[in-house]
Design a protein around this ligand. Structure first.
Ligand code: PLP
Length: 386
């Protein structure tokens, strides 16, 4: 007899994972694959942080921490808000989490009830929708495009006519890299506060911007749940460490949820994050590399035929409208991988409706790889007559 699998568990897969396994299969045959599909830095924990961590491992038991996280790390994160944003955030409002992914689970559980409706941009990071669905919360798709820099605006929300209990914003965004302009973020925050809509602000790509720094919602309203991570700017994807700034009245419920669901974020990672926050020089060198990669691809991809790109204000992505080339971006990416060895992600992960027209290129890797990818794509597009 086969037993029940709960319907809530039947969330869609991450298509990028399928691309990654196809790329790995080609690599296993000895082919050199260029990874423009993965959204993670090719560098790791800053070296000075690694050295300090080695001492910590040698001298400490590294048991659980309290559920809210190491007090010294919460204080250091509070200092980050002061230094980077000129915003005073009490360490008491900060919760350290197992990546921003765990922060989403905690935030959605604490902020929403089953049946609530939460606005999510399309294109957008797919896990928001999938986690919401698994929790019985209804994701409300807000289609966005070049007119609003692929970001929700008050006009988009008003035009949608949707009644919302929550709204998720990501600036810079994955997959487009676009940043919400300060005046738009202020207007969106006020719109949410006026209507009792809980704002979840995903700020995981903060620090990786190519123009003005992105504004934090933490400085605009006490009501938002502001989520950030050590995965991107701090290049610590595998350490599984993130954080959340929450309104004071939500901290105790979040703490109790975290105690029960996670006990604590990994202790070693918490120390690693603490030390990484002091390695600004090395981290800024990473951002300089992303900027060089971005400049290189912005010069070469349009010439190759990928000429409709979202404005990549931040993060390490270029989101290309390839509708002139294909109506099936998954097939297009599979063919590109087969014929050029360049892996990229079809837009379907990010947008079920329009994603078949888009491809996401990640430029988080080495500059040499970007150069070679651009050469291979230029030659290939010439060959296929695009
Ligand atoms: C927009 C966005 N939010 C959140 C995450 C999850 O990151 P993590 O759980 O590693 O903090 C990602 C990962 O790619 C992302 O792109």
């Amino acid at each position: 007899m086969s037993l029940k699998v709960a319907e809530r568990a039947l969330v869609p897969p991450f298509i990028v994972m399928d691309v990654m396994s196809a790329a790995a299969a080609r690599e296993a045959t000895g082919e050199r694959v260029l990874h423009l599909e993965v959204g993670q830095p090719s560098t790791g924990l800053p070296s000075a942080a690694a050295a300090r961590l080695a001492d910590r491992i040698a001298t400490e038991r590294l048991g659980y921490t309290v559920a809210l996280g190491l007090p010294i790390l919460r204080e250091r994160i509070a200092r980050y808000y002061q230094e980077a944003h000129g915003t005073t955030v009490s360490p008491d409002r900060i919760l350290v989490t197992t990546g921003s992914s765990a922060a989403f689970q905690l935030a959605f559980l604490a902020a929403f009830a089953p049946g609530d409706r939460v606005g999510v941009a399309a294109p957008g990071y797919p896990a928001y929708r999938h986690i919401l669905k698994a929790l019985g919360v209804e994701p409300v798709t807000l289609p966005v495009g070049p007119d609003s820099r692929y970001q929700p605006t008050v006009a988009v929300l008003e035009a949608s006519g949707e009644r919302l209990d929550g709204l998720i914003l990501a600036s810079p965004s994955n997959p487009t890299g676009t940043v919400i302009p300060p005046e738009d973020l202020r207007a969106l925050t006020a719109w949410c506060d006026d209507r009792g809509v809980r704002l979840i602000s995903d700020e995981i790509y903060h620090g990786i911007v190519y123009g003005e720094p992105a504004l934090s919602a933490a400085g605009l309203t006490p009501n938002a749940l502001v989520i950030n991570s050590f995965s991107k700017y701090y290049a610590m994807t595998g350490w599984r460490l993130g954080w959340m700034v929450a309104p004071p009245d939500m901290i105790r419920p979040l703490e109790c949820l975290a105690q029960n669901m996670f006990i604590s974020a990994p202790t070693l990672s918490q120390y690693a994050g603490l030390y990484a926050m002091d390695c600004i020089e090395e981290l800024e060198a990473n951002v300089a590399r992303y900027a060089a990669n971005r400049a290189l691809l912005l010069k070469t991809l349009p010439k190759a035929g990928f000429d409709r790109l979202a404005p990549a204000d931040g993060a390490f992505y270029l989101y290309a409208d390839v509708s002139r080339l294909t109506n099936d971006s998954a097939d297009f990416c599979a063919r590109m991988l087969r014929e050029t060895g360049v892996a990229a992600t079809p837009g379907l992960d990010f947008d079920a409706e329009q994603g078949h027209r888009f491809v996401r290129f990640s430029f988080a890797g080495a500059t040499d790889d970007m150069e070679e990818a651009a050469d291979r794509l230029t030659a290939w597009m010439g060959r296929i007559g695009a």
